[in-house]
Design a binder for this molecule. Structure first.
Ligand code: EPU
Length: 338
């Protein structure tokens, strides 16, 4: 493991923000991670993996560890299921494609989500009716202070909507080193209930979809709405969809009967933040190199040289506009690094 100095993080975060790291190392194994975490010369450590869910707002005056631990292994196999242990540095979408080649089911709806496997549990990634927690068995993580490896069961991860233990009590304490998932080998449980998937399958005259058909439909939908970070810097949904109580929702929907919504439970309704932001006139707006994507108002984009600070100012402006117009508080989904 080699410690480098004054490295640009532009290629390590999908927003493409040109922040400098004071110190930087590639972490290719659990051993590298243990060594790096125990180097007391660099007291402040900062973990970066796919860099797809963060907004860097200034120089990172810390020892940046880029998690690049690769490898996929089968830990258990029965007639119907397979249990895979995937190391944290594997790219999420490449994993999904690999599982589809093996005809393993469970991840197809989460095709094309940017980022790496190790960060997937932190925000319980999800798309088109499926979340990581649906196939999740456990994960292993190294404690940043003691360097001990602990295994976290699904219940210990406390998964919620874009939420987990690692975003709350466990924040900043652990580095996830691997994730174990259970997938199906046959009798796959296909989830095509999400309207846009049904429409895409119908458009292609597919009535009996395979796992790959669903993945292709998801890829087509995502490509039509979400910018490719390799082309236009972004971090996926910048905001979470706000969840409001039944009575708040009642007041809101009386005023805005046309608004889309999802019922989460008897007393919880989710309102798409993208819709709220679009109504405030921000969809497709550009301020210098910082902007709101033209096809999906939930996504902030970097047209080239936006700073993290400019994107953050835009985010605050949007939060304020939504609050003023609808009386609803929206909050960032991405981690703001100050
Ligand atoms: N909408 C608008 N204007 C917009 C965007 C959306 O009116 O600019 C409306 C749509 O017409 C639709 C509703 O809002 O009626 C929901 O839109 P969509 O189906 O695109 O989903 P979303 O709620 O905007 C969430 C996730 C996405 C995920 C999709 C599909 C969050 C914060 N975002 O978006 O996740 O891909 O559902 O499951 O939950 C991500 O986390 O990075 C991400 C892209």
């Amino acid at each position: 493991m080699e410690v480098q100095q004054d490295i640009s993080l532009k290629n390590y975060n999908t927003f493409g923000i040109n922040s400098q790291a004071k110190y930087f190392a590639e972490i290719n194994s659990e051993e590298d991670l243990r060594t790096a975490l125990s180097l007391n010369d660099y007291p402040k450590k900062f973990i970066i993996s796919g860099g797809s869910n963060m907004l860097l707002t200034g120089a990172v005056n810390a020892f940046v560890l880029h998690i690049n631990i690769k490898g996929i292994s089968i830990v258990k196999e029965t007639e119907n299921n397979v249990t895979l242990k995937i190391n944290a540095g594997e790219n999420w979408h490449e994993l999904v494609l690999w599982t589809l080649e093996q005809n393993y089911g469970g991840l197809e709806n989460m095709s094309l989500i940017p980022g790496n496997v190790g960060t997937a549990p932190i925000q319980n990634i999800g798309a088109y009716g499926v979340e990581l927690k649906d196939t999740f068995v456990s994960c292993e993580a190294m404690h940043m202070q003691t360097q001990e490896i602990k295994s976290f069961s699904k219940s210990e991860c406390k998964f919620g909507y874009r939420d987990s233990f690692f975003k709350n009590e466990g924040k900043g304490l652990y580095v996830i080193t691997s994730v174990t998932l259970e997938l199906t080998k046959k009798n796959h449980c296909l989830n095509t209930s999400y309207g846009a998937i049904e429409t895409e399958l119908e458009r292609n005259n597919i009535s009996n979809p395979t796992l790959k058909d669903i993945s292709n439909a998801v890829i087509a939908i995502r490509q039509s709405k979400l910018p490719d970070p390799k082309v236009l810097g972004n971090s996926g949904s910048f905001f979470k969809n706000p969840v409001v109580s039944k009575s708040e929702f009642g007041t809101f929907s009386k005023k805005h009967p046309e608004a889309p919504f999802y019922k989460v439970s008897d007393d919880a309704y989710k309102i798409p933040a993208g819709w709220l932001i679009e109504q405030c006139g921000y969809k497709g707006k550009r301020f210098g190199d910082a902007g709101v994507h033209k096809n999906q108002a939930l996504v902030l984009v970097n047209y080239g040289n936006a700073t993290g600070k400019e994107l953050l100012d835009l985010a605050y402006q949007i939060i304020e506009a939504v609050q003023k117009r609808f009386g609803i508080a929206i909050a960032p989904e991405v981690n703001i690094i100050k």
